[in-house]
Design a protein around this ligand. Structure first.
Ligand code: ATP
Length: 417
């Protein structure tokens, strides 16, 4: 039996105009995959009725359509009316929903000192549902809906991400959705995370390992300075899946630093922990980002002792002990300064490993010898020293993020031994 296919329809002119960044399709993409449903398409349309209707018509070849947005009380919230029209059913008033919305808007009106009468028309509009629909919630003031659209099931969800996410979680309890899930099937899935190799080297390794010839479904994506190889396969293709994994491991070796989807920071903390090391950071152009990212990991306090944001030369000198002469002669953005910062933070915190970042994040401050994006990184640890000089292209925040990511990888590599 084929897995059910799905399409996501994101609605809202504010998304087309770039005023709101779409968060719902990503959430739904992950959610559908976790349920074993095959997402084939994501379509974004504005609020115009004909665009919504045409999109729904087009997407009806899928077993499931999930829509986001357009359930509000205003004239440009048209999703429910269009879904009813496409389903060929009238809109009917859903009394329990009207009651729930009335209660919510009454509280809201009281809290804000607004006239409750001003909500009457909007409440009624939001309680109109296509005849025969299964009504979810509401969690905000708009209910979610399950509507049969010919051969496909249409799940209508509100736009605010928190409301959409809460209603999404109750869907498997609803009979029409549960029926679809009976045909769902999980793919085997493995993420290989590669650091320190080019995309083309990874592409070559993938081809040499046989590629998707055995029926696997692989995506290779460069992201955050790493290359993610996501391999998926139907359960019947298990041997091809294992063969491809083995082929990639053989060719890429230790460049594969992880085979899961946990954040890099979690791997750094884990490696430090396994090594029995503590660490500290000395950061100039990243302003504490490396330390902040490490503290996102629960349990980071076991390994991270602290960090110094040494932005000014005086702080590099007075707190980290970077010699004045060094700062004067070779400058704060230099390999020597990075080394002295890493050693200095090790000394003052008594951490096993010190990691330092110093560079020019831009947009100003670059020179021909030291251009914007130039970053020196240094790790000083019981395993020895590791140093890098990199010129990152891009805007200030990109340079900072990339530098922090590189620092984290260097710390991970040092702890990996
Ligand atoms: P409401 O009942 O709150 O009006 P709605 O279903 O009508 O909900 P919209 O009017 O389309 O939803 O959007 C309401 C708000 O939700 C938007 O201002 C926006 O902040 C957010 N939102 C809508 N769609 C998305 C999306 N795809 N990604 C992120 N945020 C979104």
């Amino acid at each position: 039996v084929a897995r059910p296919t799905a399409a996501v329809l994101v609605t809202g002119s504010e998304i087309l105009l770039g005023l709101t960044r779409d968060r719902n399709s990503g959430f739904l993409g992950r959610g559908l995959d976790a349920l074993g449903i095959d997402l084939r398409r994501v379509l974004t349309v504005g609020d115009a009725e004909e665009d919504l209707a045409r999109a729904l018509g087009e997407l009806r070849l899928h077993d499931l359509i999930v829509t986001s947005g357009g359930l509000g009380p205003t004239h440009d919230d048209r999703t429910v009316a269009v879904v009813a029209a496409v389903a060929g059913v009238p809109l009917v008033l859903h009394e329990p929903t009207l009651e729930a919305i009335r209660e919510r808007t009454a509280i809201f009106a009281r809290q804000r000192g607004l006239d409750p009468e001003s909500f009457v028309a909007g409440n009624r509009k939001q309680a109109l549902v296509p005849e025969g629909a299964d009504v979810l919630g509401p969690v905000g003031t708009a209910p979610g809906l399950l509507v049969e659209l010919g051969p496909s099931l249409c799940v209508v969800l509100p736009g605010p991400p928190s409301e959409l996410e809460r209603l999404w979680r109750v869907l498997p309890e609803r009979p029409a959705f549960a029926a679809l899930l009976e045909r769902a099937g999980h793919l085997q899935r493995r993420m290989l995370r590669v650091f320190g190799q080019s995309e083309s080297a990874v592409a070559d390794a993938f081809a040499a390992a046989g590629g998707d010839g055995g029926g696997t479904l692989t995506t290779i994506c460069a992201r955050r300075l790493e290359i993610e190889i996501l391999i998926r396969a139907e359960p019947s293709k298990e041997s091809a899946f294992e063969r491809l994994l083995a082929g990639l491991r053989e060719r890429l070796g230790t460049a594969i630093y992880a085979e899961d989807e946990r954040p890099l920071e979690a791997h750094v903390v884990e490696r430090l922990h396994a090594r029995g090391w503590t660490a500290a950071t000395a950061e100039s152009c990243t302003g504490g980002l490396v330390a902040a990212r490490l503290t996102e990991v629960p349990g980071a306090s076991d390994v991270l002792l602290g960090g110094v944001v040494a932005y000014a030369n005086e702080v590099k000198r007075d707190v980290l002990g970077v010699p004045d002469a060094l700062l004067r002669d070779v400058g704060a953005v230099s390999a020597d300064a990075a080394k002295a910062m890493a050693e200095g933070v090790r000394r003052v915190t008594r951490a096993d490993a010190g990691v330092a970042v110093t560079g020019i994040a831009g947009p100003d401050g670059g020179t021909p010898e030291k251009p914007v994006g130039l970053v020196y990184l240094h790790v000083s640890s019981p395993a020895g020293d590791a140093a890098r000089r990199i010129v990152f292209p891009g805007a200030r925040t990109d340079v900072q993020q990339w530098a922090a990511t590189t620092a984290l990888h260097m710390l991970r590599q040092a702890a990996a031994g």
